[in-house]
Design a protein around this ligand. Structure first.
Ligand code: SF4
Length: 238
């Protein structure tokens, strides 16, 4: 019987940005979206990816587990990890049997029965809502805004804890009005935080063609801190 394996393009052994605590972040190949600011366009091509067997993955996680502490664990990111939901199901089941905290970082664009099964298995979903205006979302990603909101409804229905994430781009989605919409439309008792990430051009050199955001300024850190404080305030008063 062939062994289970996932297609990946990068592993971060001990990350601290994608979920609580110290985590092993596994970036899976493939994405149905084409975000204009994507830092990982190499994940779109199969040539830059490698296949990792379930056994090798579990062995690696076993070696790193001591560093996770009480809060940390494993995050599956991408690309879009739910494109490989069928292969993730047995892996996440095993991690949960080992009592390892599992998070998934998703654009919310995939809501197949297998994707739903993965969402129900994990401890935390980090849902990227890239804009709250349909036209702007479509222009940025090539996808439909209704998709992440369908995923959000599913999380609420199944009582799955979630974080909301947004990359904030100057003059695109950085207004207070836009952030208020993001807060309002993603609100529920299951939401643990809204996390803003500043747009930067770190991955632009990987684009084969010019990124549509090539001429956009990076988000200044002091402005990002202020916007995050504003969102935190909205969060506290909801
Ligand atoms: S969802 Fe993420 S990986 Fe996919 S295109 Fe957008 S930024 Fe890139």
């Amino acid at each position: 019987m062939p062994c289970n394996a996932i297609d990946i393009f990068h592993i971060q052994s001990m990350g601290t940005l994608d979920g609580p605590g110290v985590r092993t972040v596994i970036f899976l190949k493939g994405c149905p979206l084409k975000c204009a600011y994507c830092h990982n366009p190499e994940s779109w091509q199969s040539s830059s990816c490698e296949r990792l067997s379930e056994e090798a993955l579990l062995q690696m996680i076993g070696r790193l587990r001591a560093y996770y502490g009480k809060e940390g664990g494993v995050t599956f990111s991408g690309g879009e990890p739910l494109l490989q939901a069928d292969r993730l199901i047995p892996i996440v089941k095993k991690l949960k049997q080992l009592q390892i905290h599992v998070a998934i970082d998703t654009s919310g664009d995939i809501l197949t029965p297998n994707a739903k099964a993965v969402l129900e298995l994990v401890d935390l979903v980090i849902l990227d809502v890239k804009h709250t205006d349909s036209q702007a979302y479509e222009g940025l990603t090539g996808g439909k805004l209704s998709r992440p909101f369908e995923t959000l409804d599913y999380l609420k229905d199944k009582k799955i804890p979630y974080w909301i994430r947004q990359v904030v781009v100057p003059e695109f989605n950085d207004s207070h009005e836009q952030l208020e919409k993001l807060e309002l439309h993603t609100r529920s008792a299951l939401r643990e935080r809204i996390e803003l990430l500043g747009f930067h051009k770190g991955g632009m050199h990987k684009w084969n063609v010019k990124s549509p955001f090539e001429k956009v300024e990076e988000m200044p850190m002091d402005k990002l801190v202020k916007l995050q404080s504003y969102v935190n305030l909205l969060f506290k008063t909801d």
